[in-house]
Design a protein around this ligand. Structure first.
Ligand code: ADP
Ligand code: MG
Length: 328
């Protein structure tokens, strides 16, 4: 069975949808079959991916439509069940049902075997659908900004995970977002996060205006600017989570059913990266090479066609085209 990953935080505007889009697109480019489910009535996921769904999750949860009829193809290996504001009216309806907490889990059951990963983009408040997402999830991923209030929010969320799932064991990773190493607060709070949650805290996603530009244009960061900091940070996250949560492609799993062009919505933006090109390959340290600034061992990764050589300890970073040409 594929994994069901809820991407959640009790706050809005902290990078959940950005993380869902660029993490899932990276996994899909690496060959994993990914289904995205938007349970936020703001419906940002379809906009961020540049697709216009004809049918939404509301029809599955309230009208009893088959999940397969509401899935659209957003990219190669990347499907989506979108949401819109109709989900607001779905919530009280669902809350009246005796099985209200498991409505989403049951709806996902028929398609679960077709995907390596189902990723749920949660809204930023305590809603019936967010609780459904937590119930259905095998893994929970928590993006968080590094601000004073976010630490308190994180504690509350972990309590909620405990209540819903009986323990906080499903919490797989905390992803600091919008990190700005130039501010003391960011640096200090990241340290606090690491002291408190140890290995659960992954390397931060830095503030990068390219990330907000690309979602406004309906593109992933790999399509919009694969050389940006944002592409690099998310590609690293893809690598780390693939390993930590075994989110890679499974050769034994049957392929998802072909999505009919009628269900498929707007065409995929024309200049997206070739879908079979891995986003990140060959990440790791370079034997014997040390940083010219600080002398620590250099790391390397190939990110959407660019070889990036960088240092974990200082800001040293060099990029070159993976085919041999040299970038900045
Ligand atoms: N690392 C980042 N750097 C700069 N802007 C970001 C970053 N991550 C997200 N954003 C922007 O912040 C806003 C909120 O992000 P979003 O992913 O929609 O948050 P959420 O889903 O938690 O509400 C969006 O405009 C998004 O483009
Ligand atoms: Mg969102």
């Amino acid at each position: 069975m594929g994994r069901i990953v809820a991407v959640t935080n009790l706050k809005g505007g902290i990078g959940k949808t950005t993380t869902v889009v660029n993490l899932s697109a990276g996994l899909a480019l690496r060959g994993a079959r990914v289904l995205l489910v938007d349970v936020d009535a703001q419906g940002n996921l379809s906009m961020a991916l540049g697709v216009r769904p004809r049918r939404t999750l509301y029809e599955v949860l309230v009208d009893g439509a088959a999940m397969t009829d509401c899935i659209i193809s957003a990219r190669k290996n990347l499907d989506l069940v979108a949401a819109d504001e109709s989900l607001l009216t779905a919530q009280p309806e669902i809350a009246r049902r005796p099985d209200w907490g498991r409505v989403l889990e049951k709806a996902l059951m028929p398609v679960r075997g077709r995907y390596d990963v189902i990723m749920i983009d949660c809204g930023g408040s305590l809603t019936v659908l967010n609780l459904n997402a937590l119930t259905a999830a095998t893994d929970v991923l928590v993006p968080t900004t590094v601000e004073p209030f976010s630490l308190k929010g994180l504690e509350m969320l972990i309590q909620q995970i405990r209540q819903v799932k009986g323990s906080s064991g499903a919490l797989r990773a905390i992803v600091p977002t919008m990190y700005d190493a130039r501010t003391r607060q960011s640096v200090e709070l990241l340290e606090t996060l690491r002291t408190r949650y140890g290995d659960l805290v992954l390397p931060p996603i830095r503030v990068n205006v390219r990330l907000s530009e690309c979602s406004a244009l309906g593109k992933t960061i790999y399509e919009y600017d694969p050389r940006s900091r944002g592409a690099f940070d998310y590609a690293q996250l893809v690598e780390q989570l693939s390993e930590r949560m075994s989110l890679g492609p499974s050769p034994s799993r049957p392929a998802p059913p072909p999505v009919s062009p009628l269900q498929a919505s707007e065409p995929v933006p024309p200049n997206h990266a070739p879908a079979d090109q891995p986003v990140v390959t060959g990440a790791g340290s370079i034997l014997g090479a040390s940083c010219p600034n600080c002398g620590h061992p250099l790391q390397r990764a190939t990110v959407a066609g660019y070889r990036v050589i960088y240092c974990d300890h200082c800001k040293y970073r060099r990029q070159e085209l993976a085919t041999g040409g040299r970038g900045s």
